[in-house]
Write a protein that binds this ligand. Structure first.
Ligand SMILES: Cc1ncc(COP(=O)(O)O)c(C=O)c1O
Length: 295
């Protein structure tokens, strides 16, 4: 595996003054200690992040990732990230990495060291996990209660549902719960019975001849991969729809996928112990389209 690349983003957000000597961003050693132990990302998980897939040196859906990054910052009352600087830092970090068919570019902005009010940001480019087997063989999934109603983002925005925060301990815990149940992944169901998303992915169902994804005003992330998947499906002549999906509908799908930036579209082959049909042709078409995106 080739060495990861780290760039710190110095001129990272509106209204944040940087040292006169600082440039826009700079490279640093990812193997050396870099983060202060009192950074609020370390002590509180207080910050935001994005992970973009990088195919043959190009970051995929980067505009959408940057827009979601800015949206998350606003939800957390963080200063607005300077997206042009972030885009340039991401580009520079990718260029500094040795070439590979697929890389991941993770970018993070924390609230910074407690008491300073100065955010800290960096870009980390690395070779992520290989997802070919999931795309090919499908995954086994369980549904788990998220414990919030589907309208939580509207009624209780302070819970930050729909922001991509660094507080992913829950998202990791549910994967351990899935493993205890013999499954690979999780689809969250709201406490009032609506299908939401996975802990690191969006969900698409093929039902009644249409490709459907839960509408993104339900405290879930607007998936960049799901959006590109819908564009690909539409160009193949399929109908797509954003709407509320009740959990019972999962029991009568003709295809079900979990999608995220480097995984692309993993078909679900088993849900809560019941077999789910793998729509092979459309799965392959989807992944062909997602893996050959040019932007
Ligand atoms: C909670 C959650 N939902 C959905 C997604 C999928 O987003 P994207 O397709 O932009 O990677 C992610 C990605 O990590 C996620 O963490």
């Amino acid at each position: 595996m080739s060495a990861p690349i780290l760039f710190f983003v110095d001129d990272l957000a509106e209204g944040v003054s940087t040292a006169a000597s600082a440039g826009r961003f700079h490279q640093a050693d990812p193997a050396a200690p870099q983060i202060n132990v009192m950074d609020l990302s370390v002590t509180r998980g207080d910050g935001i992040f994005e992970t973009a897939g990088v195919q043959h040196g190009k970051p995929m859906a980067i505009e959408a990732h940057l827009a979601r990054f800015a949206h998350s910052a606003a939800l957390l009352d963080l200063p607005a990230p300077k997206l042009d600087v972030w885009a340039a830092a991401i580009e520079a970090a990718i260029t500094a990495h040795s070439p590979a068919a697929m890389l991941s570019a993770k970018f993070i902005m924390t609230r910074g060291i407690e008491g300073t009010g100065v955010p800290v940001g960096w870009v980390y480019v690395f070779e992520g996990d290989e997802h070919e087997r999931e795309r090919e063989n499908g995954i086994s999934v369980v549904t788990l209660d998220r414990g919030y109603r589907h309208d939580v983002a509207k009624t209780s925005p302070w819970l930050l549902q729909g922001a991509k925060t660094l507080s992913y301990a829950v998202n990791k815990a549910v994967l351990r719960e899935a493993a205890r149940r013999g499954a690979d992944d999780v689809i969250f169901i709201s406490s009032d019975g609506f299908v939401l998303e996975g802990p690191t992915s969006s969900v698409i169902l093929l039902i009644d001849g249409r490709f459907v994804t839960p509408s993104t005003d339900q405290g879930i992330l607007a998936g960049t991969t799901q959006a590109d998947a819908f564009a690909a499906l539409e160009s193949l002549g399929h109908e797509t729809e954003y709407r509320e999906v009740v959990a019972d509908e999962l029991g009568r799908v003709d295809g079900l996928w979990m999608l995220s930036s480097t995984r692309c579209a993993a078909p679900v082959r088993e849900l809560d112990g019941q077999a789910v049909p793998i729509a092979r042709e459309i799965t392959d078409q989807l992944n062909d389209a997602l893996l050959t995106r040019t932007k």
